[in-house]
Design a protein around this ligand. Structure first.
Ligand code: GDP
Ligand code: MG
Length: 448
């Protein structure tokens, strides 16, 4: 997620790294590189202009004191500029969003294939299980019966009720009307409506959408935008916003978006907030949109908040564990390491974790391929076969100990040497990444 942008900005930060003073020519180079980076990331020109002018004005204004390094000042200015454009109308409290009393409807709109149906079910699932509300979903895409089936299958996979008591010859308005009446009669808290998408904007789709909007009078209407389509997504967003009262965006496929152009352009150009981001194909792959966490990621500081939330969510059945932020970088002692490996597997693999830790973007991708779940399971088996003493002092593990451990774990001696080597590498890697945290912390303390 956003790796190209993060890498490029990491290179720009190196220009000022270790300097005591930023010269005029440094400012010129910084701004030139920054502009090019944002344009290559497919950020809209007017947004690029706004950001780079903001950075230039602040850099020219700022008085450099000996206390703060030019790099920290530059980072702070960049953070401010990104936050200014991402914070526009952003959501301050997600807890209250779906806690309204009484019956409410939510409308999903967007082009075909952007992830509308998947995102709708992700949100239905979140409202049902996080907000403890009863939810009914309905698709009024009579043009594509397969789309109705898709919603039925996806929603039933997470035990969400789907309204199907209509005919394919009914028009979308009538279907929504029937669904609203049914949902009210059955005392559902929410009805979420999936509208028909097209591969491009056309008048029939828009007219239908306006009619559906008027029938269901939604408390929220979310426009789903695919983050990887680039500026076309931003353009289509403006057309939808002109026709119906869009509350904000559900930005999908962020897991595949290395650039970040749509993310950085959307709110600024439409003056509407991003509510949610889709970060994978699974129903649980939905995140609230927190501008500061995204900016932290873009600048290569990782996203420790989300990582800790993720871990706590995924291990919530294990009541003995409630991870705190500083424990993410816990000692990489062999003994604790086993538990870490189990969490990593539960989290969906090492790559998922590395993405969110400070400096994680600098990690060699070829290294990640070696650390797959099969490898972790083997490591767990090896650690299980060690004595407490060996786990505490791995340097004790000599040839004869390796032989004993290997027969206990059902692996060969070579695997043990390999495992100890990787353990050592990972330990260094985590220490390296963890040490960047103090930089983020110091930034936070200085500026926020
Ligand atoms: P719709 O036509 O707008 O309703 O789109 P669908 O919900 O059918 O999704 C189209 C494709 O995008 C499907 O293969 C989804 O699994 C995929 N998809 C949706 N959201 C995400 C996401 O956040 N990340 C990824 N990687 N794929 C997604
Ligand atoms: Mg669909």
């Amino acid at each position: 997620m956003l790796e190209n942008l993060t890498n490029r900005i990491g290179n720009i930060l190196r220009i000022v790294s270790g300097k005591y003073k930023i010269s005029d020519s440094d400012i010129k180079t910084l701004l030139k590189d920054f502009r090019k980076t944002l344009l290559d990331a497919d950020v809209s020109w007017s947004v690029v202009k706004h950001i780079t002018e903001g950075i230039r004005n602040k850099l020219l204004d700022i008085e450099i004191t000996r206390k703060v390094s030019p790099k920290d000042i530059f980072v702070k200015i960049v953070i401010d500029e990104f936050l200014t454009i991402l914070n526009l109308n952003s959501i301050s409290n997600y807890d209250d969003l779906f806690n309204k009393k009484g019956f409410n409807t939510i409308l999903f709109a967007g082009l075909h294939g952007v992830g509308k149906t998947t995102s709708l079910v992700k949100l239905a699932n979140l409202i049902k299980y996080k907000n403890n509300k009863s939810v009914l979903v309905v698709s009024c895409d009579v043009y594509r019966p397969a789309a109705i089936d898709q919603l039925k299958i996806l929603s039933s996979s997470v035990n969400i009720d789907c309204f199907l008591d209509f005919k394919l010859t009914d028009d979308p308005e009538l279907i929504v009307n029937k669904a609203v009446n049914y949902a009210r009669a059955k005392h559902y808290d929410f009805l979420i409506v999936d509208s028909a998408g097209r591969s491009h904007i056309d008048d029939i789709m828009m007219t239908d959408l306006v009619k559906i909007y008027n029938v269901c009078n939604p408390i929220f209407s979310f426009l789903v935008i695919d983050s990887i389509v680039g500026q076309d997504g931003v353009k289509s967003a403006s057309v939808f916003c002109d026709r119906i009262d869009i509350s904000g965006f559900f930005l999908t496929k962020m897991d595949s978006d290395a650039k970040g152009g749509v993310l950085l352009s959307l709110s600024f150009l439409t003056k509407k907030p991003i509510f949610f981001i889709g970060v994978g194909e699974k129903i649980s792959d939905i995140s609230y949109f927190y501008p500061d966490r995204i900016v932290s990621r873009i600048l290569g500081f990782g996203d420790i908040h989300s990582l800790v939330e993720d871990i706590n969510e995924k291990i919530k059945d294990d009541s003995s564990i409630n991870l705190k932020e500083d424990q993410v970088f816990c000692d990489f002692k062999l003994d604790d390491f086993k538990n870490q490996l189990i969490y990593i597997i539960k989290l969906g693999g090492f790559e998922n974790l590395v993405e969110k830790i400070p400096g994680g973007y600098t990690i060699d991708k070829s290294l990640l391929d070696k650390f797959d779940n099969k490898f972790f399971l083997k490591m767990i088996a090896i650690i299980n076969s060690m004595t407490v003493k060996e786990r505490t002092f791995p340097s004790l593990i000599n040839g004869s100990r390796k032989k004993r451990i290997s027969s206990g774990a059902g692996v060969n001696v070579h695997d043990i040497s390999k495992m100890l080597k990787y353990y050592d590498k990972m330990k260094k890697l985590f220490i390296k990444c963890g040490s960047n945290k103090s930089f983020l912390e110091s930034l936070k303390n200085k500026f926020f």
